[in-house]
Design a protein around this ligand. Sequence first.
Ligand code: TXA
Ligand code: MG
Length: 344
Amino acid sequence: METLLLKADQNGIEKAGEILARGGLVGIPTETVYGLAANALDGEAVARIFRAKGRPMDNPLIVHIADVDDINRFSLISEVPAGAVELASAFWPGPLTIIMPKGKAIPDEVSAGLDTVAIRLPEHMAARAVIRAADRPLAAPSANLSGSPSPTTAQHVLNDMDGKIEAVLDGGVCRVGVESTVVTLAGDKPRLLRPGGITLDRLESVLGEVEVDDAVLNKLRDGETAASPGMKYKHYAPKAHVVLIKADDDAYIDYVNSHADDGVAALCYENDVRRVNVKAYSMGRKDDYSSQAHALFDALRAIDDDATADIVYARCPKPDGIGLAVYNRLIRAAGFEVIDLEEV
Ligand code: TXA
Ligand code: MG
């Protein structure tokens, strides 16, 4: 199949809407990462997403809407849980996904057999325009091959999906750079399942206390079930072996330089780049978590594209604010391997 590259102008958006309405797959821009979209109400179209990504069928998808009214219009949920209206009015449109009891219109392929559904109203204008053009809610996971870093440009999507999907809509570089925050309101208490662009503090300012799921920071033990199935898979990983180094500036530089060799690379803050004696990839500015989120996946993909690194010593980011999302992704890229130079 030839994959069309569409501009996010009126023509491109209409074309993408037509493809989606007749059961096709389109890579679409959002403010977080690019999504691989299909009509969320068409189980067969949704099943094609899993095949294109090589995604396990037990990992449910997020349903994207263009207006809050779409939830009722398409019978997406069976009840409005406590806190949902407050959360939606505070953070939608934006990088927040809310899990709620699922409605009768949701095919099993979307919810992977769970009795809940994840819903998000993205902020990106082209994302909302294409949902409106398709006149249907769109199921969309990140548009990468399963296990690879999420795509933050249309070119990243083509690198993974060329020939497998009908089209990619080019809406530029994603503003946030990591996926949405996922919070469930389907249990007794609100619980953070995946950190993202909306920080825990901001969620708590609306909901009061929010529990943080174990899988956000820690590796699941064998046999433990994940509240968010996506958390159990090795994720975001480049082909090189990534190790996190927990250290201050000087100790990190010393560690990398004392291990400098062919096949060694550094994934570090901007200021570290000129101090290390190995090929270095910047993951943004040290005290600017947003810049780290923005840079992370592009850097992980650049490491793959160059294909010269066998081992990457990555700086362990601070798990505060949006930094928690950066830490959550990078520790998975590293398979939870951390060298702690701060421990005495
Ligand atoms: O920013 C984002 O959220 C992007 C853009 C495209 O919107 N999408 C995205 O989708 O990251 P995906 O499929 O890569 O990640 C969705 C996460 C997975 O960890 C999945 O397990 C979880 O949300 N999820 C989806 N539905 C769920 C449900 N009903 N219960 C628990 N977790 C759910
Ligand atoms: Mg993903």
